[in-house]
Design a protein around this ligand. Structure first.
Ligand code: UDP
Length: 326
């Protein structure tokens, strides 16, 4: 049985959907529903039934009961706070949940002889890029507590492998966008800070202005460049990672991105085209801590996991807009 922590959240729910549809694995989702959505669990259960446990990684008893009650043999771990800016203002919240919560999970895994985990990491482990595209060997100097917790966990996973043989695949996501192409689940964060949902919210509501942060970067049109990877492609990467872990029993890390960068203005233009709307745009000063460019070198995932992105930026924006309208 596979344990999916944070399976009611944006990325977790899309991975659960893929596992329900394309495998016969038994699944238990563990989520405290603080940011996850019970409605996503209900929708997923209509695809194929699975177990859901409401619980918190900060509570060792919740974890103990979980591992006692279910026959878990591998873990996909998403549950985490994800807001960079909040992590700077309130690092305690991030260290308590993302870091200590994960150590609690790993220790419970060891106590129950579970030694396989796919870990949801991030391009934020690299910090300010020294070269582009960023490969997995790029220096790791995260610049905010969010990125630091993810990097520290990667280091802990190394130690747990050496000492206890706990094998992990860490997937370092770049900018994840889009929704299920059948429009059953999608992205909804409160507050929403991400680019695509914010542009689309302004497309849906003509009163709403889209705030663009910074058009004076040293890029072709002055706005930041990011590597936008589709959520369904990302879900496939998790299935490949789990398969690799099962077959090879070897730890590794992979960038999950497309190797293509798009500027904020380019994304904005694709959104206007797909929605056929003229969107209100306001140029604001730069947002704190935004590097001008982040693009993944994804050759390693392609070579070793046989994973490659299949969707375009337009595909992702179309599904995200369908979801928003629903
Ligand atoms: N961005 C923006 N307006 C928004 C949200 C984001 O201009 O409402 C810009 C942001 O400054 C960055 C890019 O869009 O350059 C991607 O930001 P996002 O928060 O989606 O992802 P990040 O790269 O910060 O993880």
């Amino acid at each position: 049985m596979i344990l999916v922590t944070g399976g009611a959240g944006y990325i977790g729910s899309h991975v659960v959907l893929r596992l329900l549809e394309e495998s016969d694995h038994k699944i238990v989702v563990f989520d405290n529903l603080e940011n996850g959505h019970l409605s996503a669990i209900e929708t997923l259960k209509s695809v194929r039934d699975f177990d859901f446990v409401k619980g918190d990684l900060k509570n060792q008893n919740d974890l103990k009961n979980l591992f006692q009650n279910f026959d878990i043999n591998s873990v996909i771990h998403f549950a985490a706070y994800i807001c960079v800016e909040e992590s700077v203002q309130n690092p305690r919240k991030y260290y308590a949940n993302n870091l200590i919560g994960t150590v609690n999970l790993l220790n419970e895994m060891l106590d129950h002889d579970v030694r396989k985990i796919v870990f949801s990491s991030t391009a934020a482990v690299y910090g300010e890029p020294k070269y582009i595209p960023i490969d997995e060997n790029h220096p790791k100097q995260p610049v905010n507590p969010y990125g630091k917790t993810k990097f520290m966990i990667e280091e802990i996973l190394d130690d747990y492998d050496k000492a206890y043989g706990l094998k992990s695949i860490r997937l370092r996501y770049f900018n994840v966008i889009g929704a299920d192409s059948e429009n059953r689940i999608g992205e909804s964060h409160r507050p929403e800070t991400h680019l695509v949902p914010n542009i689309l919210a302004s497309a849906k509501d003509s009163e709403k202005v889209f705030n663009l942060f910074g058009d004076d970067y040293d890029t072709k049109d002055g706005t930041c460049i990011r590597d936008y990877v589709n959520i369904e492609d990302l879900a496939s990467a998790h299935v490949s990672a789990l398969q690799y872990l099962t077959e090879k029993n070897q730890s590794d890390c992979f960038n999950i991105g497309t190797k293509n960068g798009s500027t904020v203005k380019e994304v904005f233009e694709v959104c206007e085209k797909i929605t056929s709307k003229k969107i209100n745009l306001k140029i604001n000063p730069r947002r704190n801590g935004d590097p001008k460019i982040l693009v993944a070198d994804n050759a390693k995932a392609e070579k070793i996991l046989d994973w490659r992105p299949s969707k375009t930026l337009g595909d992702s924006i179309r599904t995200a807009y369908n979801w928003l309208k629903k």
